[in-house]
Design a protein around this ligand. Sequence first.
Ligand code: RNT
Ligand code: ZN
Length: 417
Amino acid sequence: MNRYDDAKARYANTGIDTEKAIETLKNISVSLHCWQGDDVRGFDTDPNKPLTGGIQTTGNYPGRARTPEELMADLDEVLKLIPGRPKMNLHASYAIFENGEWADRDKLEPKHFQKWVDFCRERGLGCDFNPTFFSHEKCDPLTLSSADEETRKFWIEHGKACIRISNYLAEQLGEKCVMNIWTGDGFKDIPGDRMGPRVRYRESIDEILSEPFDFNKVKPCVESKTFGIGVESYTTGSAEFTLSYAAFNKDKCIPLMDNGHYHPTEVVSDKIPALLTFFDEIALHVTRPVRWDSDHVVLFDDETREIAREIVRCGIDRVNIALDYFDASINRISAWATGYRNLQKALLFALLQPNEELKKLQDEQNFSKLMVVQEELKTMPFNDIWDEYCARCGKPKDGEWYAEVERYEREVLSKRA
Ligand code: RNT
Ligand code: ZN
């Protein structure tokens, strides 16, 4: 008997269908964020300007992508290494201009993303999108919540342009486009007015979402945050703000939770069923915060597994899953692939749980057995199912992909001096 058949039989003994888990996971779409490849620099402004908005990439590992061609080549390399059903996730700052043409963020058009559409179409990928409200001279530092009407207008126009682009991506690629509104708007020190920026932020999002779109195809989201670097005292788009916005605008907007954006003892896994009690659909940014919103590479750790368990238990089709991290201190292809594979592992692990039985044990108040069953599941022959899943996706198993990362680094990345 081969290892998979043996593992399959052992899972079957506990009432778990590994075939079903594998088939389900193959169809769960997970967005691959383009910004891990170039440390969130983008192509529409000077790539050497500082990253603003309170986010930070640290490290200067050699080999970052400097052009659209390099980023696409790197993405192709990552796509070789990850099983599952990836979807691209772009920021507006990744617009590709041709023939010396350039457009500011308020004037971006679908054509500036045509190369990305072609890239996605050739690879059978859908595409999510994000307006870029940071790393730009018109961040004062506020954007959508700025007190300066001209600045605020500029960013509203950017948001509207992004709705049109998202619509185009959805139409061209035949898959819904999740468009996430996140701004780093906030203050370093104690504000003199907390309400004003929030009222303006609300009005700005209203204006952006007044741009026509089909809510079945374009899914605007509002992402909350607690604080950022240099923005420690006040964040306009706090959890209460964005959640309330989404709740009062359910016909055109969904809430997005990034698991780096809460206080360190709060967990997004627990918030998933809380929100899904009220919202039909939510969106997630999966990341790994280390003491703060540090955006470390996603690991196969307890909270990632718990997030995946809640996604599976609450309804896979109700959660839009995306990755959001950026590590510039290690090989970026490895960072991308490690995080993506780990989220896949967490989802597979979650699909291999006897959820009906666990629920029953809880409802019967059999908490001793509930603990024992959950603990024993941790050491089931999970790796054999994972290997089989990778093989069926035509992608390398653990132990078989890192050599390719090394080859690519040697032959491609190391030459980008
Ligand atoms: C920042 C937010 C936001 C960004 C990306 C680049 O804290 O998480 O989602 O990381 O849009
Ligand atoms: Zn995020």
